[in-house]
Design a protein around this ligand. Structure first.
Ligand code: HPA
Length: 246
């Protein structure tokens, strides 16, 4: 008998309360403490690990998240596959706020973050392949769940990872457009690269919550407030379907 894949969900604000939480693990890793306790949950009959990326009270800024400790903690608790929920702004005409997307590429504009497990401490370094930054198999399974649940989730697109925590200037968004980005967020990198270094299967489910700076009609936060609920509801429905059929 094969062991079922142990999934982990890295969650942003609003997803903290997953039904059926059973145990919490306060982990200490070789890279320090993760953002929060890792919860074991049962979701649609499947065991699942959950971790709040920004901490339980959403108090950790994107550049201060200990991405390495988060992923090592999940791996040490048995995770093989990581579904990352990331809110994003939309840069191209691909999608609208309130919708979902499954990016397939990344451009990393972040700086100064601890971005690799190869920190020299054990004399080992590997140059991982990152041509396809997100695991195709997991992406496909998530996209199939979207189709089965009748949810419109865009397949593909380029995620631009920005340093934050401030939002972009209009000129920066213009540059992202010229660079070929479709979505802009602050957390998929270095998370995706560290996951690859650790051998974890990792995909990003992006919740589009606003038009990027300079592209909307009004304040960005108003855009976010009016679309985050719709994006969250669809993400939950997609995940429900995914775990029913996983
Ligand atoms: N820019 C960067 N990160 C984001 C945005 C944005 O417009 N929306 C949600 N996360």
């Amino acid at each position: 008998m094969t062991t079922p894949t142990q999934y982990a969900l890295i969650i942003g604000s609003g997803f903290e309360s997953f039904a059926g939480q059973r145990r919490s693990h306060e982990k200490m890793t070789r890279f320090g403490h993760p953002s929060a306790a890792v919860h074991e949950a049962v979701f649609e009959g499947r065991s699942l690990l959950t971790l709040a990326r920004h901490g339980e009270g959403h108090s950790i800024a994107p550049h201060l998240i200990n991405y390495r400790a988060n992923l090592v903690a999940l791996q040490e608790l048995g995770a093989h596959s990581v579904i990352a929920l990331n809110t994003v702004g939309v840069v191209s005409a691909l999608r609208q706020p309130g919708e979902l997307a499954m990016p397939d590429q990344v451009i990393d504009y972040t700086w100064g973050r601890e971005h690799t497990v190869y920190d020299g401490s054990d004399g080992v370094v590997e140059h991982i392949e990152f041509t396809e930054p997100f695991a195709q198999g997991l992406r496909q399974r998530l996209l199939e769940a979207a189709v089965a649940a009748n949810i419109d989730c865009h397949d593909g697109g380029v995620y631009a990872a920005m340093q934050g925590p401030r939002l972009e200037t209009a000129a920066e968004v213009g540059r992202l457009q010229r660079d070929g980005a479709d979505y802009v967020g602050m957390t998929a990198m270095p998370e995706a690269a560290i996951a690859r270094e650790l051998g974890l299967e990792y995909a990003c489910l992006a919740l589009i919550v606003n038009r990027a700076a300079g592209l909307g009609d009004g304040p960005i936060h108003a855009d976010i407030e009016s679309s985050i609920l719709a994006a969250r509801e669809q993400a939950m429905a997609l995940l429900q379907q995914f775990f029913i059929s996983a």
